[in-house]
Design a protein around this ligand. Structure first.
Ligand SMILES: [Zn+2]
Length: 315
């Protein structure tokens, strides 16, 4: 049962560091899944645009929302949804920079607190996990366009090299410091890349505290931001939200799709995942809310998991 869930989730959500779609050996199944998912996402995005939902949102609430985008890795791995080619990333950042829609974490916090107005459909760039391609491929693009990004790393993975199934090496500590020195804010993505919602609260707290302490020790300052690994409804809850505040995190992101609005709780902010293999038009629609409905898929998966857990025979 657990294996089924992981396989299913791996298709829809970023793979665990020790997992790679490209290495699973079933290329044909991967190709069919890839196409099916791209069709589903495009149908949702262009459907939202075609029915006027995007335009309606723009008319009703211009300027009243911002979205945090989530990236993971960068490069040219075919049919890897979490590895965005540099030329696509460059086109995305160029387009947002030209429109003056790139904002910082400070901007988002002030906006959520109702203290700052931002450009309509402003965007915060966040990157998860701690992989090497962030330095080699993404950083030159971030610098060129002056993108104020946040990089969430699993502290225990930094400096660990590359595992047998990891898609690429993790950064070393001195490399992470170079990313920080280039102006990227470093946040915590737990100590290990594990689901806090599936741990005891004590173990979840240890993940939050150990990562915070190690990042403070190696980078000279404790992180103020946290992003849940995986970040689906199964991976956090009210208890983990309270715990992260107690540990000292000022702002916490999950991976549920949606916009951030004034009044949003900084302890549980949604994001929008960016996938590889999609057009600039599709990206632009996502930034304007066309993929916010993907949250329904998140919810559906979560409910399916709940039903499975309830029907599982006690062991
Ligand atoms: Zn992650």
């Amino acid at each position: 049962m657990r294996r089924r869930r992981d396989r299913y989730a791996g298709f829809l959500y970023p793979a665990r560091p020790a997992q790679s779609l490209a290495k699973r050996g079933d290329a044909d199944l991967d190709r069919r899944r890839w196409i099916a998912k791209k069709v589903a996402r495009a149908a949702l995005a262009f459907g939202a645009w075609g029915t006027g939902a995007v335009a309606l949102r723009a008319r009703l609430g211009a300027g009243a929302r911002v979205r945090a985008l989530t990236y993971h890795r960068f490069g040219d791995l075919p049919r890897d949804p979490w590895c965005v080619p540099q030329r696509d990333f460059d086109a995305q950042m160029r387009s947002l920079a030209r429109a003056g829609r790139l904002v910082s974490l400070d901007d988002v916090l002030a906006f959520a607190a109702g203290r700052r107005a931002l450009a309509p459909d402003a965007v915060l760039v966040t990157i998860d996990d701690g992989y090497r391609s962030v330095l080699d491929v993404a950083l030159p693009v971030l610098r060129e366009h002056g993108v104020p990004a946040v990089f969430f790393v699993s502290a225990g993975c930094i400096g660990s090299g590359v595992g047998p199934d990891a898609p690429e090496p993790f950064l070393a500590w001195d490399e992470l410091a170079r990313v920080r020195d280039a102006g990227v804010e470093i946040g915590s993505h737990a100590f290990d890349h594990v689901s806090l919602g599936r741990l005891s609260l004590g173990d979840a707290r240890a993940q939050a505290e150990r990562s915070r302490a190690l990042l403070a020790e190696r980078l000279g300052a404790p992180p103020r931001a946290f992003a849940y690994p995986f970040g689906t409804r199964a991976d956090f809850n009210e208890a983990t939200e309270r715990m992260l505040t107690e540990v000292g995190y000022e702002v916490v992101f999950n991976a549920l799709h949606g916009a951030i609005r004034p009044g949003a709780a900084a302890g549980s902010l949604p994001r929008v995942k960016v996938e590889a293999g999609e057009s600039l038009r599709m990206f632009e629609l996502s930034c304007r809310g066309a993929m916010d409905g993907w949250r329904v898929v998140d919810e559906l998966l979560w409910r399916m998991q709940q039903v499975r857990a309830e029907t599982r025979a006690p062991s």
